[in-house]
Design a protein around this ligand. Structure first.
Ligand SMILES: Cc1cc2nc3c(=O)[nH]c(=O)nc-3n(C[C@H](O)[C@H](O)[C@H](O)COP(=O)(O)OP(=O)(O)OC[C@H]3O[C@@H](n4cnc5c(N)ncnc54)[C@H](O)[C@@H]3O)c2cc1C
Length: 484
């Protein structure tokens, strides 16, 4: 006789759309109460927590990972502490610089090493092409007046000249919604040919897999933000950029140290409920936390896996379920010998093969010293890597790298590999907006939902990256202060 098996999974399945967070025993419910719970110990969550603590509120931070910092991660076991996440910032990152000053994090002035970053070896189809050869190379698809431009700088220069946004947050102004088309379409409208777009953008895409799935409006925001940062840096007459002493992860770590309650690590949130004058946070380990308000800082790629009750609706729900995070992988290498002195090529590379972009980290005693190298793999190549076992994908990248730099054979060691997409606490890197998404929900994503508030770089309106994260944490904290 067959018996109906009732196990936990079938019970959960059967519950279907029933209240998504099962009632917890009263004894458990009484525990873990505070004024505010912040989900995520990245920059945005920590900034909101510290602001609220400063206003006298009792704040707890729950963090799924076993470390502080989120998308700020520094390799402490590698010379120079190279960054796996947030790489560098500018003097115009006012909130971030202020946090460094307030919480005692030293700044490293990058001015002397910035020029190294812009010199790269161009390698197309395995062929090294010098800046002198490039204007007349048959592989150069750029128009006659731009033949001398290198593929990694031509788009930035074009955007700087042709950006219709006068200021960074104009990207969410409805009057600019007509630019919320694909970057490809906008470039085509501006007389770019397909081969140029392919080389300058699709080879190493910063947002999306290609210019087709990046919103031109987002790229304009990015360009306007970069322009403002350059202006501030130039007018201040000081540093062109910074990293933090000990690696950028030191910033969120110092912020976390300033909290009265230690960040609760290894605490993965699975559900948030806002009901009956309070909010409740449910975690994978069965623990439940209650507070007057919750601030959730996780990226949309993760947020859509967290059950929210009552459910989100309208453009905000659409945004949470569709906003994607960039696929980026990194391989970190240490050179046992300076192979670039042997082959006479620059250690930095831009190529149209798997080892797409190689950046020499100048974090040694002298600006010229190369402390380690980072291979950045983006777009389709990174997506391919994510389908493979690490041993297969990293070998393929190294084979490609060594085919371009045979002098490096036997002289480099892999010291780190990161797939941001495979990391369950980020499922990708920075958010990228596809055509139509900015006008559809950019201003909706960060709106509070009952007792739940949202922050994270993807909800920032005026700043991007690390400073965007800080801006968003500040906005969420102010919302809570106004409501409590
Ligand atoms: C490779 C790379 C390079 C970058 N370079 C730059 C740069 O040069 N300049 C710049 O300005 N920005 C850069 N950035 C972006 C910058 O690092 C991020 O914008 C910023 O750190 C995001 O902070 P956040 O607080 O919004 O998100 P996060 O740092 O992602 O914080 C969210 C936190 O929530 C936690 N979390 C997730 N899910 C759960 C869960 N279910 N339960 C509990 N906790 C959870 C995460 O572990 C994380 O700690 C870069 C990022 C990367 C990855």
């Amino acid at each position: 006789m067959s018996k109906t098996k009732l196990n936990r999974r079938t019970v959960l399945k059967a519950m279907g759309t029933a209240p998504i967070l099962a009632a917890a025993p009263q004894a458990v419910r009484a525990m873990n109460e505070s004024d505010v719970i912040v989900i995520g110990a990245g920059l945005s969550g920590l900034n909101s927590a510290l602001m609220l603590q400063g206003e006298g509120l009792d704040v707890r931070v729950l963090e799924g990972r076993n470390r502080i910092g989120g998308r700020m991660q520094s390799l402490r076991n590698v010379p120079g502490n190279p960054e796996v996440g947030g790489t560098a910032f500018a003097p115009g990152y006012a909130r971030l610089v202020d946090a460094c000053n307030t919480y005692g994090v030293g700044l490293v002035d990058l001015t002397a090493v910035v020029p190294y970053y812009f010199q790269r070896e161009l390698i197309l189809n395995g062929e090294v092409i010098s800046p002198e050869q490039w204007p007349t190379s048959p592989l150069n698809p750029f128009p006659a007046d731009s033949k001398q431009m290198m593929p990694w700088s031509i788009l930035g220069a074009f955007m700087a000249k042709n950006n219709p946004l006068q200021y960074a947050d104009a990207w969410v102004d409805p009057k600019n919604a007509h630019y919320d088309i694909s970057y490809y379409d906008w470039l085509k409208q501006n007389n770019w040919n397909d081969a140029s777009i392919d080389l300058a953008y699709n080879t190493n895409p910063t947002h999306g897999m290609s210019a087709y799935d990046a919103s031109a409006l987002m790229m304009m925001f990015s360009g306007a933000f970069a322009g403002v940062q350059q202006q501030i840096a130039r007018s201040s007459g000081g540093a062109m950029g910074y990293t933090a002493k000990g690696g950028n992860q030191s910033i969120p770590e110092a912020m976390a140290n300033a909290l009265k309650h230690e960040v609760q690590l290894n605490t993965t949130v699975t559900g948030i409920r806002s009901e009956g004058g309070q909010a409740e946070v449910h975690c994978a380990d069965g623990s439940i936390y209650r507070a007057k308000r919750v601030i959730c800082s996780v990226p949309c790629s993760v947020l859509r896996l967290i059950k929210i009750d009552p459910i989100l609706s309208g453009p905000q729900a659409r945004g949470v379920s569709t906003l994607e995070s960039q696929v980026v992988n990194q391989l970190h290498l240490v050179a046992k010998e300076p192979y670039w002195e042997q082959d006479g090529l620059n250690p930095n590379m831009f190529s149209n093969s798997l080892a797409g972009m190689v950046v020499a980290e100048h974090k040694g005693a002298k600006p010229a010293d190369v402390s380690s190298l980072t291979i950045w793999i983006r777009g389709q190549d990174a997506a391919w890597m994510d389908t493979q076992p690490d041993s297969v994908s990293t070998k393929a990248v190294m084979d490609d790298f060594l085919s371009m730099r045979p002098a490096a054979r036997g002289k480099v060691e892999i010291v780190g590999y990161k797939s941001w997409y495979r990391d369950p606490f980020s499922i990708g890197d920075w958010a990228y907006w596809q055509p139509g998404q900015v006008s559809s929900f950019a201003t909706e994503l960060g709106k509070s939902h009952d007792r739940i508030h949202f922050c994270g770089e993807h909800t920032a309106v005026s700043n991007r990256g690390m400073e965007g994260a800080m801006e968003s944490g500040e906005r969420a904290a102010l919302e809570v202060l106004n409501s409590i």
